[in-house]
Write a protein that binds this ligand. Structure first.
Ligand code: GLN
Length: 312
């Protein structure tokens, strides 16, 4: 008789398949610090709604969460600005690369959504209101620690400095938006804060833990509420439609659950009411999303039946 299929077994099969995969994509090099990461790494962690964590591969090695931080920054900014945030950031998929500038002129400096770089820079500007940058970034790190129930989460300063030195494209985006009055603070202050948010380092286990509030419809796993249900659902909608830039449609088609990627090779994916998933493989595809991370999520969805479109 075949052994019963367990979530741990499914994860192990995925880890084995990904470890042997011939095409791992290419590690990001435009942030020099990220270019040093070993492309052979692969990790995965899944928190289920019963509080269990199943994990495999390099699930305890820290990586740069990069644009996955945009989910946490957005959650904080909505808490501060409420729906007024949507006067300064759109909610439409961009159909362009994460660092694209082309739509900003036609849309008078208003970014398409909070998950492309331009949008996250505006979200960071909102989070800076009433704070010096050091406090704003401290608040974000504290928030992520609270979500993950893990005080050891921190910023990798070397990665932050590395991006600060090379972030000309983000500088261009920020100055362009400032020229339209969309940013309230000086671009350098906003960018310094944004680069530090991107440089938060987490393991797959920590990231999956931090995503549990979205699995739980806005409730904190330790009890009480982090955000309202409606806000959690809206953040998930944006992850589904905008979380993978111009590959968001492809990921919705292949995986069918809301997910947010980062150029560090991580992806946070949420199955509402069921699971919070983190996967990490540093090699990226042409859209700047983790090549094997996307494939691993596809395999996991297939093997578990998890899908936004499967109510069962
Ligand atoms: N820090 C990166 C940047 O701003 C984040 C991009 C990403 O993860 N897609 O370019």
């Amino acid at each position: 008789m075949a052994a019963p299929v367990t979530l741990q077994g499914i994860i192990q099969d995925i880890v084995d398949e990904m470890r042997a995969a011939p095409d791992r994509g290419k590690v990001a090099t435009y942030i020099p610090s990220l270019a040093k990461v070993d492309p052979a790494r692969f990790g995965m962690a899944v928190y289920t709604v019963d509080g269990e964590c199943h994990a495999g591969g390099d699930d305890e090695i820290g990586f740069s969460i990069q644009s996955i931080s945009k989910v946490f920054s957005l959650t904080l900014a909505l808490g501060k600005a409420g729906d007024q945030l949507w006067e300064r950031v759109g909610r439409e998929p961009s159909g362009t690369a994460f660092n694209s500038i082309v739509q900003l002129e036609a849309e008078r400096g208003i970014p398409r959504n909070p998950f492309i770089n331009a949008g996250a820079i505006v979200v960071t500007d909102v989070n800076l209101a009433g704070h010096p940058p050091r406090e704003a970034i401290g608040e974000l790190v504290q928030f992520v620690r609270y979500l993950a129930e893990d005080e050891s989460i921190a910023i990798n300063e070397e990665v932050a400095r590395s991006e600060e030195r090379t972030g000309e494209r983000n500088r261009a985006l920020a100055h362009f938006m400032k020229s339209y009055g969309v940013l309230r603070h000086a671009p350098d202050l906003v960018l310094g804060t944004y680069f530090h948010a991107c440089a938060i380092e987490m393991t797959c286990r920590q990231l999956a833990a931090a995503g549990r509030y979205l699995m739980l419809d806005g409730r904190h796993p330790g009890g009480g509420r982090t955000i309202s249900s409606i806000r959690a659902r809206r953040i998930l909608s944006l992850m589904l439609t905008c979380g993978h830039y111009d590959a968001s449609g492809d990921i919705a088609f292949r995986v069918g659950i809301p997910a947010k990627s980062g150029v560090g090779g991580g992806i946070l994916a949420i199955v509402p009411g069921r699971a919070s998933i983190a996967v990490w493989s540093p090699g990226l595809n042409a859209n700047g999303n983790s090549q094997l991370g996307s494939l691993a999520l596809e395999r996991l969805a297939e093997a578990t039946g998890w899908s936004l479109f499967n109510p069962g």
